[in-house]
Ligand binder design. Structure first.
Ligand code: SF4
Length: 100
């Protein structure tokens, strides 16, 4: 079992961690920055695994993440695989457990 520090280590590479204006920027600007973030997939897996409802995570808005976990309209599998490719394995496993 990994320690909390190990599980949260990906945050040290987060592009938003060193970008003071990130969270005040419009969503479209946040998503543009997320798309070049080295931990984008892990960030999305973290948000899905922890059912985080607010904010932009892994380049996906609140609405987009609701769509990913929607049971009414299944999210395209290949697109989801692409979004989560390269995510930290433990978080990826936890995220998959929450998917429909
Ligand atoms: S993908 Fe996540 S960690 Fe990276 S910049 Fe976006 S919100 Fe921050």
């Amino acid at each position: 079992m990994s320690t909390l520090l190990e599980r949260e280590a990906w945050r040290s590479e987060a592009r938003c961690a060193s970008d003071l204006g990130f969270f005040d920027a419009p969503i479209v600007e946040q998503r543009r920055k997320c798309n070049v973030c080295p931990v984008r997939a892990t960030c999305l897996a973290y948000a899905l695994a922890n059912k985080i409802e607010h904010g932009t995570w892994g380049g996906q808005s609140e609405r987009q993440r609701r769509r990913i976990v929607s049971r009414k309209r299944p999210y395209p599998y290949t697109r989801l695989i692409t979004l989560l490719r390269g995510a930290e394995p433990d978080l990826l496993r936890q995220a998959k457990e929450r998917l429909p």
